[in-house]
Design a protein. Structure first.
Length: 102
């Protein structure tokens, strides 16, 4: 009996939520531009984080090999990895300018 009651309540909540979502207006051009800019910032932030991680891993590996060499420990040759690529400054100005009308 409890399962049936909870199922009915859940289905009613879903119906109300879907009706509320159906009434939302379409985003304006300005809102679309802001969303695109936010997505670009997030993507650039991910690239910067990956670059910083790459540099930190290179530094840690160099420190390990230096310490191992000083302690006369035998090490395997490092695995070849692609070089770290600096993403540079974010180019967000064209995205912001495209959304504005004069």
């Amino acid at each position: 009996m409890t399962f049936t009651k909870s199922s009915v309540v859940f289905l009613a909540a879903c119906a109300i939520a879907s009706a509320a979502l159906a009434k939302l207006p379409a985003p304006s051009d300005e809102a679309k531009a802001k969303a695109a800019e936010a997505a670009a910032k997030a993507a650039h932030g991910g690239k910067v984080a990956a670059y910083q991680l790459c540099k930190a891993q290179d530094k840690a590996a160099a420190s390990y090999y230096k310490t191992a060499k000083a302690d006369r420990k035998e090490t395997k040759p490092p695995v070849a990895t692609p070089p770290c690529v600096d993403p540079g400054a974010m180019a967000g100005a064209p995205v912001a300018a495209a959304g504005k009308k004069k």
